[in-house]
Ligand binder design. Structure first.
Ligand code: GLU
Length: 490
């Protein structure tokens, strides 16, 4: 493969939020381009005006940006083959369609929607394969002129009626299709817009695309595209139809498998690098064992040969595990910064993350998703009273014995007020010593202290937490807890 010739495109239709199945092919495109020093092109396939969704294009570009998949040519940055929105390239498609009509390889069709409907119904009744019956394929020039007076109709491709069309797929080898089973598809619609079949072929040629990587749901369309290339006298690109992604139940990936839009993953607190790594493995592998790869390692290792034919299995649990690994690998400062939006939303104001730094590594060990940082850190920033019950304060050690818990808290208060210095090691030695002195299990004593200062039973490691919280706040919260214990739960 000559490196400089690698040009790949991601051709999303702006019909909504990009989903994981769709953006995975963008990742494969991007990896191939970066591996070979080629170009990754974003082309907006908006020829179906009825399905266009306002804002979808921005959403697609945002998802690519968030994942760090940078593009060399695209609707926002232009490039040598601009424009990169199909709706702005109509003359190109019209020209190709007219060329095909002039060469007898395509024809105008004036069949009304009602007629097409009737044909479809008749085919259904006779249990025939649905498809256009070629009614207009052999109109004389006079008939065409006469019909055109009432409107331009559509342009259909005249599929060869016999023989086969072979799609040379990089993963599957030669895939043969019988032409008689392929009807004459529309190239140009009544509204003057091309169909996907025409627009993608014209653009792939015009933009010098070397490899078309797309989901295997497009394989049945590929013989139509190959036939168009032949009719236009153009050499086709290399076809790469990647297996679709399935859920654990083998069904085609959908929301019920926990798969959602890229934006939803971002909002749930997945890291882009984890999602990227996870997606790369949906249909591609470096070898039999490597699962964790940086972006650079993936670029280095990527090859079309590494794409497999087995359908890729989407496993949300695996994605969460991968996210947890990536979270653990972040530097503490970076981890806190990434979690900042959730923490600030929960606390309701800007927070100073610096004080959490010493605790960050132990929080990183405990979370799978970024928003979980909130559970481990919001209490540091709480200004009013924390919410917990006396039951929680007493824990198992003092269950049903508020006076005993109160006594323990008061002993802890005395100790902490007078403790020399305020660091995790000293706090641990002091509190463990106190438990021993009192002849109780450390856990029994630590629970009311933990609940008093964090408001939770599950919290970051206690002594580091106290160190970060500081003496004043710790003593204040222990006092508040002691007061609570002195009065019954309300
Ligand atoms: N616009 C098509 C899509 O939505 C692109 C298919 C292709 O890559 O050829 O998915």
């Amino acid at each position: 493969m000559s490196d400089s010739a690698v040009r790949v495109r991601y051709g999303p239709s702006p019909t909504g939020e990009p989903h994981i199945g769709n953006i995975r092919t963008a990742l494969f495109d991007w990896l191939l381009a970066r591996r070979h020093g080629g170009q990754f092109i974003v082309r907006i396939e908006d020829t179906d005006q009825a399905r266009r969704v306002e804002g979808a294009e921005e959403g697609i570009l945002e998802a690519l940006r968030w994942l760090g998949l940078d593009w060399d040519e695209g609707p926002d940055i232009g490039g040598p083959h601009a424009p990169y929105r199909q709706s702005e390239r109509l003359p190109l498609y019209r020209e190709a369609a007219e060329r095909l009509v002039a060469a007898g390889k395509a024809y105008r069709c004036f069949c009304s929607p009602d007629r097409l409907d009737a044909v479809r119904k008749a085919q259904q009744q006779q249990k025939l394969a649905p498809g256009y019956d070629r009614h207009c394929r052999n109109l004389t020039p006079e008939q065409v002129d006469a019909a055109a007076a009432d409107g331009p109709g559509v342009v259909r491709f005249a599929m060869p009626r016999e023989g086969t069309t072979v799609v040379e797929d990089a993963l599957r080898g030669a895939v043969e299709f019988r032409n008689e089973l392929l009807d004459d598809h529309v190239l140009l619609k009544r509204d003057g817009f091309p169909t996907y079949h025409l627009a993608s072929v014209v653009d792939d040629r015009e933009m010098r695309i070397s490899h078309v990587i797309r989901g295997e749901e497009w394989l049945p369309s590929a013989p139509r595209h190959v036939a168009q290339y032949e009719a236009l006298g153009w050499a086709p690109p290399i076809w790469v139809h990647v297996p679709i992604i399935r859920g654990a139940d083998k069904g085609k990936l959908s929301k019920r498998h926990g798969a959602t839009s890229v934006r939803a993953y971002a909002e749930q607190g997945f890291l882009p690098e984890a999602l990227l790594n996870f997606m790369a493995l949906l249909g591609w592998s470096k070898d039999e064992s490597t699962t964790i790869m940086s972006r650079a390692e993936m670029v280095e290792a990527f090859s079309i040969e590494g794409l497999g034919l087995a359908s890729a299995m989407f496993d949300l649990e695996r994605l969460s595990e991968m996210n947890a690994r990536y979270i653990r690998a972040l530097s503490p400062a970076n981890f806190l910064e990434r979690g900042r939006p959730w923490l600030e939303a929960a606390v309701g104001r800007e927070v100073d993350l610096g004080r959490l730094l010493p605790l960050a590594p132990s929080i990183q060990e405990r979370v799978k998703l970024l928003p979980e940082l909130v559970d481990y850190a919001d209490f540091f920033y709480a200004e009013g009273a924390l919410e917990y019950s006396n039951e929680e304060l007493m824990g198992r050690g003092y269950r049903g014995k508020p006076w005993a818990a109160l006594e323990a808290l008061e002993a802890a208060l005395r100790l902490l007020r007078g403790l020399e210095g305020w660091d995790a090691a000293g706090l641990e030695a002091g509190l463990r010593g106190l438990a021993e002195e009192r002849g109780e299990k450390p856990g029994a004593l630590f629970t009311p202290v933990r609940v008093a200062v964090t408001g939770k039973r599950i919290a970051p490691p206690l002594f580091e937490t106290l160190e970060v919280l500081g003496r004043e706040a710790t003593v204040g919260r222990l006092n508040a807890a002691a007061e609570r214990l002195a009065r019954p739960d309300d």
